[in-house]
Design a protein around this ligand. Structure first.
Ligand code: SAM
Ligand code: SF4
Length: 325
């Protein structure tokens, strides 16, 4: 499926819930967010139907996210169903890792290909402060489980000035003896977050190279996203940078998003798209839904403008937990 700028769209990120068992400061307010009504959230039958239609349109890679995807009951069977679908090549999940140890074996049995685990600090008290909950040891256990099982594993670190900028080197070091990618994500002003915590990817790279020496580009296939990967000399794993703020990767964007309430969202920064749930629930046939998807995808914006977002129109005001990252 091609968008209006000729980009091939083959990657779908599905948020299966807006609920979460953590309250990360950069993603959710302390009191949480008004949860979507259950009736508004897509049922698994609806999600599976949409994935089948998307697969027929050329989507090959699916990622489940949230909120926290593992808090949604029955997620294991959704994983198995999507992975078994004709046309779907990879199924991955982005998780905070807290429920991963208890659900891991059934997810793996269902065919899960890759796991991204969010981890912003290795200091227990700081973990509790950032997430406003506890659980660092469980997250570390989850990482080991994935690696032992030979699952493609990535760690997502949101870089924040004055919060974890003293730990970039320690976090990068996780990739020294482990075959995983540690990815630094530039803090994004989604949901009107504060800007002063933002650290440019180039600054993180400078710190890492100061500690481990010059890095060389790592071109091994690691996923379908916008991260650029590098490897310091002697490292088993690699270091990734997702520099949404300083280095626009929009010209090669291959993705669209489906929110938990079935909204087909075209770009992280903007609120534009179409409710596929409403189309389905008003009785549209598969062919009619296909038509809605094709017409919507044609309108995918050329690029984001995080750097001058105050002037942009249709800015997304939802927190990241409602979008799925
Ligand atoms: N709960 C899961 C998790 O934390 O991995 C999945 C959903 S979370 C919204 C997806 C990703 O978005 C996480 O890696 C998280 O760190 C990232 N994220 C959330 N808010 C962000 C922000 N303001 N800027 C950059 N990344 C953010
Ligand atoms: Fe929950 Fe993930 Fe948002 Fe943290 S980043 S509050 S774990 S959805």
């Amino acid at each position: 499926m091609r968008d209006g700028f000729g980009r091939n769209i083959d990657y779908l990120r599905i948020s299966v819930t807006d609920r979460c068992n953590l309250r990360c400061t950069y993603c959710m307010p302390e009191e949480g967010v008004e949860p979507m009504a259950h009736a508004d959230v897509l049922s698994y039958e609806e999600t599976v139907r949409l994935v089948r239609i998307f697969a027929e349109l050329g989507i090959k890679n699916v990622r489940l996210t949230g909120g926290e995807p593992l808090v949604r009951r029955g997620i294991e069977s959704l994983v198995a169903e999507i992975k078994a679908m004709p046309g779907i090549e990879t199924l991955s999940i982005t998780t905070n890792g807290i429920l991963l140890p208890e659900k891991f074996s059934s997810l793996k049995e269902g065919g899960l290909d890759a796991v991204n685990i969010s981890l912003d600090t290795l200091v227990p008290e700081k973990f509790d402060r950032i997430t406003r909950r506890t659980g660092l040891p469980v997250v570390l256990e989850a990482i080991d489980l994935c690696l032992d099982a030979g699952i493609n594993t990535k760690i997502n670190v949101v870089a924040m000035k004055g919060v974890n900028d003293d730990e970039f080197v320690a976090l990068a070091e996780l990739a020294r003896d482990r075959n995983l990618a540690v990815r630094f994500i530039e803090y994004m002003p989604i949901g009107k977050n504060d800007f002063e915590k933002y650290v440019p990817g180039a600054e993180i790279r400078r710190q890492i190279e100061e500690a481990f020496g010059p890095m060389t580009p790592d071109t091994a296939p690691r996923g379908h996203g916008p991260a650029l990967y590098y490897r310091p000399e002697g490292f088993k794993g690699c270091i990734g940078f997702i520099s949404a703020m300083t280095c626009a990767f929009c010209s090669s964007c291959n993705r669209v998003r489906l929110t938990a309430d079935g909204f087909l969202k075209l770009c992280l920064q903007y609120d534009i798209g179409t409710s596929l749930r409403d189309a389905m629930r008003s009785g549209a046939s598969d062919e009619e839904i296909k038509d809605v998807i094709i017409k919507t995808v044609e309108k995918k914006p050329k690029e984001h403008t995080f750097n001058d977002w105050l002037d942009a129109k249709h800015i997304e005001e939802k927190n990241m937990s409602k979008i799925g990252g």
